[in-house]
Design a protein around this ligand. Structure first.
Ligand SMILES: [Zn+2]
Length: 286
């Protein structure tokens, strides 16, 4: 599933491809992608005559901003956008086509069919689902160490599921949570109340630096992910633990373990990210 760096990369490439284009008509081939309005014909009619102004991002959602409308789009597992000449054959698994007046289409393809689109009047998108419940943007100024700690510290859960929960912090998924916890030397099953001040500080820094480096590299190409122009991100070559089961830890040489945490495949170094050491340290700090 694309996480913050991949969605940010799609956003940046989509702006170049569609900003300034006016919609002549819309074809919805798979109605269930359209979540709002409930009637896909109404969705299509509403967009006719509107021009795309910019593309923004909130968490893992794209906000396609038109004159007088906002389209909120989530790619979920394998959704992707591409711009094609309108006369070009429509590929399999293409579910929504935005036909522009200039003879090109923005086409939404999604093999798994889990993606969603919601249409709003400008501003309304922040007051209603799916955006209304989203937490802090980790690459914006409001994401401070103090804010991170105060939001998570007293929660009764393990640290990895908390970091995956988009109501606390947005944009982190399975790959970047594993990477950030490795960089911070924190076991994914630690409880937030067991983390020391130094560990919170390392975690905050690791979240920001992992995501920023991945954005700079154009995201990671895992499975079928490509950006809005069909290009692959390169960050997968910099992943330190994700996808490296049984390989030596880059820090200490121990074999990377893979286990399940909250039902998600989880990579970590049992030596650098010791669960016991964490408990001991937490006790010593009391
Ligand atoms: Zn290690």
């Amino acid at each position: 599933m694309p996480e913050l760096p991949e969605v940010e990369t799609v956003r940046r490439t989509l702006i170049e491809l569609v900003a300034g284009k006016k919609i002549a008509s819309v074809t919805v081939r798979l109605p269930r992608i359209i979540q709002k309005p409930a009637d896909p014909a109404q969705f299509a009619d509403a967009l006719v005559g509107h021009t795309i102004q910019t593309v923004e991002r909130r968490g893992k959602f794209l906000r396609i901003v038109l004159d007088g409308l906002v389209l909120v789009s989530h790619l979920r597992m394998e959704g992707r956008y591409g711009v094609y000449p309108s006369e070009e054959d429509v590929e399999l698994h293409t579910h929504v086509l935005f036909h522009f007046e200039d003879g090109t289409d923005l086409r939404y393809k999604d093999v798994r069919q889990f993606g969603t689109m919601h249409l709003f009047a400008p501003g309304d998108e922040f007051t209603q689902p799916p955006l209304s419940k989203l937490g802090l943007e980790p690459l914006e100024e409001g994401f401070t160490l103090k804010e991170l700690r105060s939001r998570l510290e007293r929660r009764k859960s393990r640290i990895k599921p908390l970091l995956l929960n988009q109501e606390h912090i947005v944009g982190l998924g399975n790959i970047y949570v594993d990477e950030a916890l490795f960089q911070a030397r924190i076991h994914p099953e630690r409880s937030p109340e067991s983390l020391t001040g130094a560990e919170w500080s390392r975690l905050h820094e690791a979240i920001v630096s992992t995501l920023q480096k991945a954005v700079d590299a154009g995201g990671s190409s895992i499975k079928s992910y490509v950006n809005g122009q069909g290009e692959m991100g390169m960050f997968q070559h910099q992943l330190l633990v994700y996808g490296h089961k049984d390989e030596p830890c880059p820090t200490c040489g121990s074999a990377i373990h893979k286990t399940l945490v909250g039902g998600r495949g989880t990579h970590f170094c049992p030596a650098c990210q010791s669960l016991k050491a964490g408990r001991k340290m937490a006790k010593a700090a009391e």
